[in-house]
Design a protein around this ligand. Structure first.
Ligand code: ZN
Length: 363
């Protein structure tokens, strides 16, 4: 049993009567002008609390009670969904700090999932993926990028061959083999060179570029070969890509993109864009700064071990940066500050004699 004071309006007169309310878990009772009133708690409606206004209790006889503090009465009344909502609204209103805190927490959780949880999961999945499966994935991705589609216009002469991202390479087979053999020969002297396959393509819109697909496929565009002044410059870029292959960065990034997409689809319910966006997502795939640093570190060590002057990497990167107009090549896309990045390659010393003819970069 609880007691509290209230003003009673009988619904007819605008005059308030001071009354003493008695409430228990079933009903409230009070006397006004010698009439005893009894109302079941289920039949009365307590107006939501907003700010510091007095609270009104609507009665089933058309009358109304007004009181300053009726928290105890609310505690007696069984909470329904509406009451719960209003209580929360009131709490949020009174505790803006808590509301901001809740918002921060939500953002932090989302950021945490994207920055830490998903990359960690992707790494686990990548490690658990059998190399044969990764190789198959790489083949399929390459096939998608090479895809040729015939589009038919209204007239026969409007038929055109629409290519995927790549055109067939214009380099003759002997040149392709020579480059592959040079890389293979250097790789054989390294203790940790991963299995890989060079794939030569005409870059088209992609331009001068080299990048690793899942499964050890490394795409080299004709434009990159043309841009290089020596074969050893191409080798330095390929050493960087081999770093990505060795640490399975492409598979990790692909899985990470897929997991983020799934998370987004779970939140937004939009599954279609997840499937349709895959080929484009693979083309826009960029590695994290950490992955780029790891690939650079692998390249630098490998170049020193195979006696290829590391400054050649800086040379070709600089040319790439100046001459690539459309899309940024993989190798420089994640690096806003390429000067700082190539510094270790410029300062690195060789304790061996580079093979003559191959290593010099032409003036
Ligand atoms: Zn890279």
């Amino acid at each position: 049993m609880i007691n509290f004071q209230a003003d009673y309006f009988d619904g007819v007169s605008s005059r308030a009567v001071k009354v003493e309310i008695e409430a228990n878990s079933e009903e409230i009772t009070f006397s006004a002008q010698n009439v005893r009133h009894v109302f079941r708690l289920a039949d009365i409606h307590v107006q939501p609390k907003l700010g510091h206004a007095r609270r009104a209790i609507e009665l089933s006889n058309g009358g109304r009670l007004e009181a300053g503090d009726i928290t105890v009465l609310e505690a007696l009344k069984r909470p329904d969904g509406r009451a719960f909502f209003w209580r929360w609204l009131h709490r949020l209103e009174n505790h803006l700090g808590w509301a901001l805190f809740a918002l921060m927490l939500t953002l932090l959780a989302g950021w945490g999932a994207i920055s830490f949880v998903i990359p960690a999961l992707a790494e686990q999945f990548a490690n658990a993926t059998p190399p044969s499966m990764e190789h198959k994935l790489g083949e399929q991705v390459l096939a998608m990028m090479d895809e040729q589609v015939w589009t038919m216009g209204d007239h026969e002469d409007q038929a055109s061959l629409q290519l995927g991202y790549f055109k067939p390479s214009q380099l003759d087979q002997a040149r392709q083999t020579a480059l592959s053999e040079q890389l293979k020969a250097l790789c054989a002297t390294l203790p940790d060179c991963p299995a890989h396959e060079l794939e030569f393509r005409g870059g088209g819109k992609v331009g001068a570029n080299a990048f690793a697909l899942p499964g050890g496929f490394i795409i080299v565009t004709d434009e990159l070969v043309a841009l290089a002044k020596t074969d050893m410059e191409i080798i330095t870029v390929l050493m960087h890509e081999l770093g990505h292959v060795k640490m399975r960065h492409t598979l990790r990034q692909t899985l990470q993109g897929a997991l983020s997409g799934l998370l987004l689809a779970a939140v937004t319910g939009d599954v279609d864009s997840l499937a349709s966006g895959l080929p484009a997502a693979l083309m826009q795939l960029s590695y994290s700064r950490q992955m780029e640093s790891e690939a650079d570190a692998y390249a630098l060590t490998s170049l020193q071990r195979t006696c290829v002057p590391p400054h050649l990497f800086a040379d070709i990167l600089q040319r790439l940066e100046h001459e690539s107009s459309t899309s940024l090549p993989e190798i420089i896309s994640s690096h806003p500050d390429n000067q700082a990045r190539v510094q270790p390659f410029l300062e690195a010393k060789l304790d061996c004699e580079p093979k003559p003819g191959l290593a010099q970069s032409a003036p």
